[in-house]
Design a protein. Sequence first.
Length: 95
Amino acid sequence: MERNMRKHIRFNPGPETTAKLDFGPVDGEFNHQLSALVFSEAYKGAGILTYADDRIVKDAKLKIEVGVLSPLKAKVAWIESVSDEFVKVGIEFLE
């Protein structure tokens, strides 16, 4: 049997849960630049599905607003291509 090595429990968000991403300075004012669907949430991060974008690279710093939460500083933990147009992205919250 394979053990789950995750540090935090994941849960499924509602089908209407979205995220807003801002690739500007993490200490600056939040400026919504890209939208995403949220498919997984946890205490320290989220899994999102969004359009492929050159700004989405591993370890990139950004701000993200998930659902009704206030914007948080975050970084890209992983990226998985879904098609030529879409990617799944693991987001790690930094605060």
